[in-house]
Design a protein. Structure first.
Lengths: 305, 441
C-alpha cells in the first residue's frame, strides 16, 4: 500500500509534466489541425535555456533560490515562446493551404533542426545539474521500513502546474485572445470575416503552447536533474499520446491524459518492467486510437465533404 | 533565416530598401534573442562532474550577421523572382524537347547502373556506396507504394526493414537456413506485421495514422533492444551468413564459385554479386509497382490518395485497399532488410531508428510522391549528399532537417516530379463543384 502511494505521487508529478507539454499539442491541433511534431523539441529547448540561464545567474552571484528560479522561469518561457513563434512563422505558415502531408513533413524536418541544433550548439553529452530544490516531507512510515515521501520539488512541480493551468483556463475562457482562439478553432474563414486576426491568433497559440512547454522543460530539469538534446523525441510522443488519450482539442483532456500517461508509465515500471515502460505508453496510444479515437473528453469528429 | 514569410502582402511586392532593411533587422533581432543563450553560452560537464560554461559571443555575432545578410538576400531574390505563384513560361518546342529527353533518363540511368561494377571494378568505395544507394532506392520504391500511391503517411517504415533484417539474421544463425529461403520468408513476415498493424489502425485519418506508425516503429525497436534472449539486445546479431550464389559460396575454398569457374578468387566478386543482387531486388520492386499501378487495385490506391470520401462513395473498400498497399510496401521493406542483414553480416537496433524512417520518407517526398524515377534520383542525391557531408558528421542531420523544411515550403509536391493518377478524365467537367456548392454538402 505504501509502495503504491509512493508510485501514485511519482506518477502524478510525471503526469503533470506530460500534461503541460500535451496542452501545446492539443491547442495547435485544435486550431490548425496539424500535429506539431517539433513540439517535443521545443520542450527540450526550454530545458536547455532553463539550464543555461540558471548557470549564468548563479555565476553572477545570485543565490536566493526562489528569486533565481523565478527569473529562470521567466527567461525560459520568453525565449522558448520565441522559438515556437519562429517555428510557426518559418515552417508552418507558408504551408497552411498546401496539401495535407506538407505541414507534417515540414514539422518533422523542424524537429530534426531543433534537436540537432542543440546538439551542435551544446554538445551531445548529458548535462547534469545538482539538485536545486532539496528536502521534503515524510508522509507515512510503513511497518517494513518503507517510507512514503513527498519531496519539495514534487510539490513545486504540481503546484506550478495547477497554477499555470488555472491562469491558462482563465485566458481561454475570459480574454479576448481566448475568444479569438475558440473562434478560429470553429471556423477560420468566419472568424476572419468577423474581424479576428487569424494569423496573429495562430501565432499566439504557438507562443502560449511553447511557453508551457518551457515550463515543462524547466520542471523536468529540476525533477530529473539533467537535460540532453534527444529528450524531446520520446517526451514529445508521450505527450502527444496524452493529448490523444484525453481527446485532442480538449484542454482539460490534455491534462487528464497527461496524468493518466504519467500514472500508467510509473505503475508499469513499478509493477512490471522498467525496460518496457515506453512500449506500454506507445501501445496505449495505438489502443486508444483504435477503440476511442475521440479520447476521454473529445467531441466526435464530423466528416464534411 | 526568420523572414521567409511567403504571405505576399502588397508591401512585399513593392519592397523598397527601407522595407528590406527593416525586415532584416527584425530577423536579426529575433535571431539574437533565439541564439543568445543557446549559441552565446556553451555548457559542458567539467572534470569534477560539475557544469561549467564559457562564452562564444564571436560565434553568436557571426550567426546573427548571417541571418541579417541572409534575410536581405532572400528578400532581394523574392523581389526579382516575383510572387511565389508566377509560372515561368517555357516555349512548347522546348517543353517537347525536354519531355523527349526526360523519357531517355530512365533507360540511360539503368544502363549506367548495370555497368557500374564494370567501370568501377577496382574502386571498392564506389561499389559500396552504390550498393547503399540502391538499398535506399529499393526502400524508397517500397515506401512509395504506401505514401506515393496510396497517400498513407507511414512514419514507421523502418520497422518492416527491421523485421526483414532480424528474420533473416535469426533464421540463418539459429536454424542455418540459406539466404534464398529466408528472403521470401522475410518478405512474408514483414507484410504479416504490416497487416497486423494495418488492420486495426487504417481507418484513422492521415496524421493519426502517421503517429501510430511512428509508435509502432518505436515499439519494434524497443522490443528488439529489450528482448535480449532472442535478439541479443543492443549488442545485435553478428556472424550472419553471407549470401551464396544459389548455393555456391563466394569463398576462396575449393567449392567456391571462383574455383568452379576456374578463375582467380577476389573478394570483389562478392561485392559485385551483392550489387547485382540489390539491383535485381530493386528492379523487382519497381516492376511489381508499375504492374500493380495499372491494375484495379493500383487505380484504387491512386483514387484513395486523391479523395478518400469519393472512393467510399464509389464503393471501393477503403480498408482492404489501404491494407494491401501497406502489406505490399512492408514486404519490399522486408526484402530490403534481409539484404541489409546479409550485406552487413551484423545488425543491431541502432540501424533501425526513426531517423532512418524519416530519411526514406524524405527520399519519397523529394522524388515527388509516386514517381519511380524521381525516387531513384532522390535516393542518389540524398545518399550522395550525406556522403559529401561525411566530414561534418554532426551537421549532417541539421542540414537534412533544414533541407526538408525548405523543400516543403518551396515545392511541397516534390522536387523532381509528381505523378498524376494513371487514369483520369482528360476533359474538365463543364460544371465544376464551385458552381453548384451550396452550404456544406
Amino acid at each position: 500500500m505504501d509502495y503504491f502511494a509512493q508510485q501514485l505521487i511519482n506518477g502524478l508529478v510525471l503526469g503533470s509534466i506530460y500534461g503541460l507539454i500535451a496542452i501545446g499539442y492539443t491547442m495547435v491541433y485544435g486550431i490548425v489541425g496539424m500535429i506539431n511534431f517539433a513540439h517535443g523539441d521545443v520542450f527540450m529547448i526550454g530545458g536547455f535555456i532553463a539550464l543555461i540561464s540558471f548557470l549564468v545567474l548563479v555565476s553572477f552571484g545570485l543565490t536566493t533560490v526562489p528569486v533565481v528560479l523565478l527569473i529562470v522561469l521567466l527567461v525560459s518561457m520568453a525565449i522558448t515562446a520565441l522559438y515556437g513563434w519562429t517555428v510557426e512563422r518559418i515552417a508552418y505558415r507558408p504551408l497552411r493551404h498546401s496539401f495535407r502531408l506538407a505541414p507534417m513533413l515540414s514539422a518533422i524536418g523542424m524537429s530534426f533542426v531543433l534537436s540537432n541544433f542543440s546538439q551542435v550548439a551544446q554538445g551531445a553529452r548529458v548535462k547534469p545539474v545538482p539538485p536545486i530544490i532539496t528536502g521534503g516531507y515524510t508522509l507515512h512510515e510503513g511497518a517494513g521500513g518503507f517510507v512514503v515521501q513527498l519531496s519539495n520539488i514534487q510539490i513545486v512541480v504540481v503546484v506550478s502546474t495547477v497554477a499555470l493551468l488555472l491562469v491558462f483556463t482563465w485566458l481561454v475562457a475570459r480574454t479576448r485572445l481566448g475568444r479569438d482562439m475558440r473562434a478560429c478553432e470553429q471556423d477560420q474563414t468566419m472568424a476572419a470575416l468577423l474581424g479576428v486576426d487569424v494569423d496573429r491568433t495562430i501565432s499566439m497559440t504557438f507562443v502560449i503552447g511553447s511557453a508551457l512547454a518551457a515550463v515543462a522543460g524547466m520542471m523536468y530539469l529540476l525533477y530529473y536533474g539533467l537535460v540532453d538534446f534527444y529528450m524531446g523525441f520520446v517526451a514529445g510522443i508521450k505527450a502527444f499520446t496524452a493529448a490523444v488519450l484525453g481527446g485532442i482539442g480538449s484542454l482539460p483532456g490534455a491534462m487528464l491524459g497527461g496524468l493518466a500517461i504519467g500514472l500508467i508509465e510509473t505503475m508499469w515500471s513499478a509493477y512490471f518492467s522498467v525496460e518496457y515502460k515506453d512500449v506500454a505508453a506507445f501501445s496505449i496510444l495505438i489502443v486508444v486510437l483504435i477503440f476511442m479515437p475521440t479520447g476521454l473528453l473529445g467531441r466526435p469528429e464530423v466528416e464534411k465533404v | 533565416m526568420t523572414a521567409f514569410a511567403t504571405d505576399s502582402t502588397p508591401a512585399a511586392r513593392t519592397a523598397g530598401i527601407p522595407f528590406i532593411l527593416k525586415k532584416a533587422l527584425i530577423s536579426a533581432a529575433v535571431a539574437l534573442v533565439l541564439f543568445s543563450l543557446m549559441i552565446g553560452i556553451r555548457t559542458e560537464a567539467g572534470p569534477t562532474g560539475q557544469l561549467i560554461y564559457w562564452t562564444r559571443f564571436g560565434d553568436l555575432a557571426a550567426v546573427v550577421a548571417a541571418v541579417f545578410g541572409g534575410s536581405i538576400v532572400i528578400e532581394l531574390l523574392r523581389h526579382w523572382l516575383g510572387p511565389a505563384d508566377t509560372r515561368q513560361i517555357i516555349p512548347p518546342a522546348v517543353q517537347r524537347g525536354l519531355s523527349v529527353a526526360g523519357s531517355f533518363v530512365g533507360p540511360a540511368l539503368l544502363v549506367f547502373t548495370l555497368l557500374v561494377p564494370v567501370i568501377f571494378y577496382d574502386q571498392r568505395y564506389i561499389l559500396d556506396l552504390a550498393i547503399l544507394v540502391l538499398t535506399y532506392v529499393m526502400l524508397g520504391w517500397g515506401l512509395n507504394v504506401v505514401v506515393g500511391l496510396a497517400g498513407l503517411l507511414d512514419l514507421g517504415y523502418v520497422a518492416f526493414y527491421a523485421v526483414g533484417a532480424y528474420s533473416y539474421a535469426l533464421l540463418a544463425t539459429n536454424f542455418g537456413l540459406s539466404f534464398w529461403v529466408c528472403l521470401p520468408l522475410a518478405g512474408i513476415l514483414a507484410s504479416l506485421w504490416g497487416v497486423m498493424l494495418g488492420f486495426p489502425v487504417l481507418r484513422l485519418r492521415g496524421d493519426y495514422l502517421a503517429i501510430v506508425t511512428l509508435a509502432f516503429g518505436e515499439i519494434i525497436r524497443l522490443v528488439i533492444i529489450n528482448w535480449q534472449s532472442l535478439t541479443g539486445g543492443p549488442n545485435g546479431v553478428s556472424g550472419i551468413p553471407r549470401p551464396t550464389f544459389f548455393g555456391i559460396p563466394l569463398t576462396p575454398g575449393d567449392d567456391g564459385l571462383a574455383a568452379r569457374l576456374g578463375i582467380e578468387f577476389s573478394p570483389t566478386h562478392r561485392i559485385v554479386f551483392l550489387f547485382y543482387l540489390i539491383l535485381a531486388l530493386a528492379l523487382l520492386t519497381n516492376w511489381v509497382t508499375i504492374r500493380l499501378r495499372g491494375l484495379p487495385i493500383g487505380r484504387a490506391w491512386e483514387a484513395l490518395r486523391e479523395d478518400e470520401v469519393a472512393c467510399r462513395a464509389l464503393g471501393i473498400n477503403t480498408t482492404t485497399t489501404k491494407l494491401t498497399a501497406f502489406a505490399t510496401g512492408a514486404m519490399f521493406g522486408g526484402f530490403a532488410g534481409a539484404f541489409f542483414a546479409t550485406r552487413q553480416g551484423f545488425i543491431s537496433p541502432e540501424s533501425f531508428t526513426f531517423q532512418e524512417s524519416a530519411l526514406v520518407l524524405a527520399i519519397v517526398v523529394l522524388g515527388g510522391m509516386g514517381s519511380q524515377l524521381g525516387v531513384a534520383l532522390a535516393a542518389l542525391a540524398m545518399i550522395g549528399g550525406f556522403e559529401l557531408f561525411r566530414g561534418l558528421e554532426q551537421y549532417r542531420m541539421l542540414v537534412f532537417g533544414i533541407a526538408m523544411v525548405l523543400l516543403m515550403i518551396w515545392r511541397p509536391r516534390g522536387l523532381i516530379g509528381h505523378r498524376a493518377p494513371t487514369v483520369y478524365l482528360k476533359q474538365a467537367q463543364a460544371i465544376s463543384s464551385d458552381l453548384v456548392k451550396e452550404g456544406h454538402g
